[in-house]
Design a protein around this ligand. Structure first.
Ligand code: AMP
Length: 281
């Protein structure tokens, strides 16, 4: 597995792969890799001849005062994980390498970025979209793999690629969970033992919503009350939002649609966790 720290290095690796007629799959990450990331690498490996994983904790998507400095960084372990999952090249740029001059150009995916997490994390999706556009331009992959776990991020990236005619296919991959249902996340490391015990209530509440929808309930107010009731079983969970939205636009639904995305963000101690479930009816 090749380790590339410089833009020119990864570009050369891609050029070589393409000259050997490999299709190129790309998995962008912020490191602290877990089974969720591994599933993306494996999906890329199945689909593409040459797989690149980027590991970059992108400062421009963290608001001031958030967890940029304490975000877990486990680079050596990440390399092992990438290698074991069949990664062909890792791209690990420094902040200086990615932002070589003052960034004056930004990508703002309107509307989708302003709702849900975008409402409280001002500028977050602008940072995400911009760094993804930079990475897409550097790597020039055929396909990029993103987790449904970050459903709003997936919607923002899909829309950016479509609006800007970026020649790249975006593949959404299912959320990987712990045995008790908690969605795997690098931020789960922030949970204290009692918070960790309470955290699966978030997924349990999503599952209940799915049962209600599949059972024919269409009134979102009724379903939301039941979701809130499950979450309120633990005083350690402070919901930031519980929303029923269109999975492409993130706009609120008034009644259950053909495809309903139920999205939750909640604070547990120092951890801000997000989870979601896409329900078809
Ligand atoms: P991150 O390193 O948290 O920025 O995530 C990098 C990629 O991994 C994103 O596309 C995430 O959606 C995806 N991801 C994170 N957690 C999971 C999970 N539990 N299951 C599937 N994909 C995930």
């Amino acid at each position: 597995m090749q380790k590339c720290y410089k833009i020119e290095e990864i570009k050369m690796a891609v050029q070589k792969a393409k000259s050997e007629k490999h299709s190129v799959g790309f998995v962008p990450t912020m490191g602290a890799l877990h089974k969720g990331h591994i599933s993306l690498i494996e999906a890329a490996k199945k689909d593409c001849g040459f797989v690149i994983v980027s590991i970059f904790v992108n400062p421009t998507q963290f608001e001031p005062g958030s967890d940029f400095d304490r975000y877990p960084r486990t680079l050596e372990n990440d390399f092992e994980i990438c290698k074991a999952a069949g990664t062909d090249a890792v791209f690990v740029p420094s902040v200086e390498e990615m932002y070589q001059q003052q960034q004056l150009s930004w990508i703002n995916v309107e509307k989708i970025s302003e709702l849900l997490c975008g409402a409280s994390r001002k500028g977050h999706f602008k940072g995400v979209a911009t760094v993804c556009a930079k990475l897409f331009n550097i790597i020039q992959a055929d396909k990029a793999f993103f987790g449904q776990k970050d459903a709003q991020q997936l919607a923002v990236i899909k829309r950016m690629v479509s609006d800007l005619n970026i020649p790249l296919e975006i593949i959404g991959c299912p959320t990987i969970r712990e045995i008790d249902g908690l969605a795997m996340s690098s931020r789960n490391k922030y949970l204290l033992p009692n918070e960790r015990k309470a955290a699966p209530l978030i997924y349990a509440s999503l599952q209940l919503a799915e049962v209600l929808i599949k059972g024919g309930e269409t009134d979102i107010t009724v379903i939301k009350q039941q979701v809130e009731k499950i979450i309120s079983n633990s005083s350690l969970i402070t919901p930031e939002y519980i929303e029923f939205v269109d999975p492409d636009t993130m706009e609120s639904l008034t009644t259950v649609g053909k495809r309903t995305l139920i999205a939750i963000a909640a604070n547990l101690g120092k951890a801000r966790l997000i989870d979601n479930l896409l329900v078809s009816s």
